[in-house]
Ligand binder design. Structure first.
Ligand code: SAH
Ligand code: SF4
Length: 399
């Protein structure tokens, strides 16, 4: 444990101290120039919006499918590559539109294959995205907000001051960057490395549901990025009034950050519990559209030493979720610099898991991934910056 904290500290400023940073260029000028680009960005537009934009330019409807294919199936970033379109059309498109990606500020590769990107958006705000390869799948952990307005006491993201919602383009952009780096285009490959998505990065996705749903429509489109709703999981701290809409409009799997078995404890760990306490949260789970034994709700439970990890807690947890088609995910607490919490001992976690097992829940303990690059659950945090004067002047001069 101490080891991982020290490693985490050493990599706290990856640009300066971490030899694993493989893309340390902080190309602010290039970023600023892109930020000043006034052409309409096609990435992140839903099909209908793309069609409307093309029709406005006088193009026939069938062009939408062609351009969609280049954008999301082939991952084109330059209209010049769209060889099924006549050259003058490509030139015209490039005058009006662009196909952008968030800027990659840093990429860090963990010893266990996990990759973390710190991405910067047009306004200078930043968020992180993490790729976690496993034997039978590759999961991309997406951020839905810059920071998070909720302040769960054990979560590093919750300590970040700057918060805003990510746009659909910025959410889709995270997938595009990952696919660029993983050679994931064209998307119809047999051995796709990126197979699953989870909204378990920075932010509370149900506080940004409109943008998340819009991004998901692009991401799930079968003629493009083509990731099915069965392979997408949205994790929420418990924004009860938005849960049904999430099921109806996105139809993705739901994970609930439960973490406590009494309102007293959960009030402290996940303060949103004061607004929507455990009983209401579980009622909303029972009513989640499409939930059944084949599509269970995942309950996430972070193991915090001496706080929520007793056998009594385990028994209470079993009683609470009785009757809900459920999976349980025990997450060893991932420490971050400055936290007062500690992870439960292995024996304690094992005892907890045994109670679950006896009650019929195979409760895998989620192996922490990417701890050495502060990429594990709840460790994501970035200091969002804005351009300084010199950078702004340089950007203006480049216009
Ligand atoms: N805001 C959403 C999704 C992002 S957090 C939510 O809270 O569900 C993804 C998961 O990581 C949540 O279950 C969260 O409680 C958990 N988490 C946060 N900080 C953690 C930490 N330091 N160690 C382990 N898990 C953590
Ligand atoms: Fe926000 Fe989720 Fe972290 Fe809580 S655990 S502060 S909801 S990101």
């Amino acid at each position: 444990m101490t080891d991982s904290i020290d490693t985490a500290r050493a990599s706290a400023d990856p640009l300066i101290t971490d030899p694993r940073v493989t893309d340390p260029r902080q190309d602010l000028l290039a970023f600023a120039t892109r930020g000043a680009d006034t052409r309409v960005d096609l990435v992140g537009m839903e099909r209908a919006a793309l069609e409307a934009a093309l029709v406005e330019l006088g193009l026939p409807q069938f062009r939408t499918g062609q351009i969609w294919h280049w954008l999301y199936h082939r991952g084109a970033t330059d209209f010049a590559d769209m060889t099924t379109l006549a050259k003058p059309l490509r030139t015209r498109l490039a005058e009006v539109f662009r196909m952008s990606r968030p800027a990659v500020v840093t990429r860090q590769d963990s010893g266990d294959g996990t990759i973390k990107w710190l991405l910067r958006f047009a306004d200078g705000n930043e968020a992180e995205t993490v790729f976690i390869p496993e034997e039978d799948r590759g999961t991309l952990c997406l951020s839905s907000q810059v920071g998070c307005t909720l302040s769960c006491t054990f979560c590093h993201t919750g300590t970040q001051r700057l918060v805003r919602n990510l746009t659909p383009a910025e959410i889709v952009g995270q997938v595009m960057v990952a696919l660029d780096h993983l050679n994931g285009f064209p998307t119809a490959q047999r051995d796709r490395r990126l197979t699953n998505l989870v909204f378990m990065g920075m932010g509370e996705p149900l506080y940004n549901l409109d943008n998340v749903v819009s991004a998901l429509r692009v991401i799930m489109d079968g003629e493009g990025l083509s990731l099915s709703k069965r392979r997408i999981t949205l994790s929420t701290s418990g924004v009860v009034p938005m849960m049904a809409r999430c099921g109806e409009e996105a139809g993705v799997n739901l994970a609930i950050s439960l973490h406590g078995t009494t309102d007293d404890i959960r009030d402290e760990l996940v303060p949103i519990n004061r607004k929507w306490p455990i009983a209401e949260l579980l009622d909303a789970c029972r009513a989640y559209p499409g939930v059944n034994n084949a599509r269970r709700i995942t309950f996430e439970y972070v193991m915090l030493k001496g706080v929520n990890d007793s056998v009594d807690d385990a028994r209470r947890l079993v009683r609470l979720i009785d009757g809900i088609p459920a999976k349980i995910n025990l997450i060893p607490f991932n420490p971050w610099p400055g936290t007062a919490y500690e992870c439960s001992d292995d024996d304690t976690i094992e005892r907890f898991a045994q109670v679950m097992l006896k009650a019929g829940y195979a409760s895998p303990v989620r192996a922490p991934r990417g701890r050495d690059i502060l990429a594990a659950c709840g460790q994501l945090k970035s200091e969002s910056v804005t351009l300084n004067k010199r950078e702004r002047r340089a950007a203006e001069a480049a216009e």
